[in-house]
Design a protein around this ligand. Structure first.
Ligand code: ADP
Length: 369
C-alpha cells in the first residue's frame, strides 16, 4: 500500500500543449481512485505521470512522503494494466503471468508457485497452457490484471482496462477487480471515461474536464448528491441531470414555461436576484403529479411527452418543458401516452440551482438524500 500526494502537478507536452493543470490531491493507503472524464481531458497523462512514463513538468509528486518526480517506474513500486492487454502472443498464459518475475531473475519454483496462486485468484487455472489467441477478451484482461497482480506492488494503475470487453463482461470484471482490490489492498488509480464504472468501483472519484482541469474530487455519494458545478452534475448520473435555463425574478425561477419559488432551496436568494441561473433535477427524482397539483415542498412542472421507453423496472419518459428536452424516470405503471401532457413534481430536496455564468452550484442548506 502507498500514500500519494500531488502538489500543483502540471504537464506540458514538448509541443507546448498543457494537458494537466494544477493537479492537487492526497490519496490514502489502499484507496481505489477513479479518474473520469471525456476523452482527451488528461486522465492517461496523469496516470502516466504517476507511473513515471511521462515527466512531470511542474509541481511535486510524493509516494509515502518521498519526492517521486525523478524516481524510475521500478523505484515507484507500481504495476500497470493497459486497455490493450499488452500480452505476449507467443507466450502461454502461465508464461505471460510469470514474465515480469522471470526478467527479475526470480527462481523458477517461486515463479511457478506465484503463477498458480495468481491464476487461482483470477479463475485462470484451466487456461495456463493456452496462448492469448485462444482466450476470450475477458480472459485476456484477467491475464493482464494477473500479470500486474503477481508482482507485489503497492500501487496499481489501470488505464481503461475494460473498454475492449462487451457490456456483460465489463460488469463481471468490474466486480472482480473490486474484489481483487479488497483482498490485495494496493492503492489503485483507475482511468475510465465511463461514469458508471467510476461510480460503482471507487472510494473516491476525480472528475476531469477537457483541457486537463480537475472539476471535483469526492466519493460517488458526494459527487452524485452534491455536485460542485454544472459539468459534474451533467457528467455523473445516467440518464443525465435535467437543466432548465431561466432568471431569478422576485425570488422566483422564471422562464417561458415555469415560475418556481426557489427561495426555500437556496441559502441567500437576494444574492442571486436578477441572475441567470439553471434549475436542475435528476430524472429519477421526480414524481408523477397524479392530483395535478404540487404537494408540500414540491415544484409542479408541466411537460409534453415525446417518447417513452419501457425498460422493465422503470420507464424513461422523453419529454419537453417548453423548448427544453428532459428525461424523466417513472414507474412503468405510470407510463404516460406519447404526445400527452405530463405533469410531474420535483421535491425541493431534489432541486439544484446553478449560476449560469460561473457554472457553480448555488449553496443550499437542503439535505439531498
Ligand atoms: P485522456 O486519457 O483523458 O483521454 P490524455 O491524457 O491521453 O487524455 O490526453 C490529454 C491531451 O493531451 C489530449 O488532448 C492529447 O491529444 C494530448 N496529448 C497526449 N499525449 C501527447 C503528446 N505526447 N504530445 C502532445 N499532446 C499529447
Amino acid at each position: 500500500m502507498a500514500h500519494l500526494l500531488f502538489k500543483d502537478v502540471n504537464k506540458v507536452y514538448p509541443n507546448g500543449y498543457h494537458a494537466v493543470h494544477d493537479f492537487n490531491m492526497e490519496i490514502k493507503d489502499g484507496e481505489f481512485i477513479c479518474l473520469v472524464g471525456d476523452s482527451g481531458c488528461g486522465k492517461s497523462t496523469t496516470l502516466r505521470m504517476i507511473a513515471g512514463l511521462e515527466e512531470i513538468t511542474a509541481g511535486e509528486f510524493y509516494i509515502d512522503g518521498k519526492l517521486a518526480n525523478l524516481m524510475t517506474s521500478r523505484e515507484r513500486g507500481i504495476a500497470m494494466v493497459f486497455q490493450s492487454y499488452a500480452l505476449y502472443p507467443h507466450l502461454t498464459v502461465a508464461e505471460n503471468l510469470g514474465f515480469g518475475l522471470t526478467l527479475e531473475g526470480v527462481d523458477a519454483d517461486v515463479i511457478d508457485e506465484k503463477v498458480q496462486k495468481t491464476a487461482a485468484i483470477l479463475g485462470l487455472t484451466p487456461y495456463l497452457d493456452r496462448f492469448p489467441r485462444n482466450l476470450s477478451g475477458g480472459q485476456c484482461q484477467r491475464v493482464a490484471v494477473g500479470r500486474a497482480l503477481i508482482r507485489k506492488v503497492s500501487i496499481f494503475l489501470m488505464d481503461e482496462p475494460l473498454s475492449n470487453l462487451d457490456a456483460k463482461q465489463r460488469v463481471t470484471m468490474r466486480s472482480e477487480i473490486k474484489q481483487i482490490h479488497r483482498s490485495v489492498g494496493a492503492t489503485t488509480i483507475y482511468v475510465t471515461h465511463d461514469q458508471t464504472e467510476a461510480m460503482t468501483m471507487s472510494d473516491r472519484i476525480v472528475v476531469m474536464k477537457s483541457g486537463g482541469y480537475v472539476q471535483q474530487i469526492g466519493t460517488p455519494y458526494e459527487l452524485y448528491f452534491y455536485p460542485d458545478n454544472l459539468f459534474v452534475a451533467g457528467f455523473i448520473g445516467e440518464p443525465p441531470m435535467n437543466f432548465l435555463k431561466g432568471k431569478v425574478e422576485g425570488g422566483k425561477f422564471v422562464n417561458d414555461s415555469v415560475s418556481l419559488d426557489i427561495a426555500p432551496v437556496v441559502d441567500d436568494i437576494a444574492s442571486i436576484e436578477g441572475k441567470e441561473v439553471v434549475f436542475a433535477f435528476r430524472p429519477e427524482a421526480i414524481k408523477v403529479a397524479k392530483s395535478g397539483r404540487a404537494g408540500k415542498e414540491e415544484y409542479l412542472i408541466k411537460s409534453n411527452v415525446d417518447l417513452t421507453e419501457l425498460l422493465g423496472d422503470t420507464t424513461n419518459v422523453y419529454a419537453n418543458v417548453g423548448d427544453v428536452n428532459v428525461i424523466l424516470k417513472v414507474n412503468p405503471h405510470d407510463t404516460p401516452a406519447m404526445g400527452a401532457e405530463f405533469k410531474f413534481v420535483v421535491p425541493y430536496k431534489a432541486a439544484y440551482i446553478f449560476d449560469k455564468e460561473t457554472e457553480k452550484a448555488i449553496p443550499s442548506s437542503i439535505k439531498r438524500n
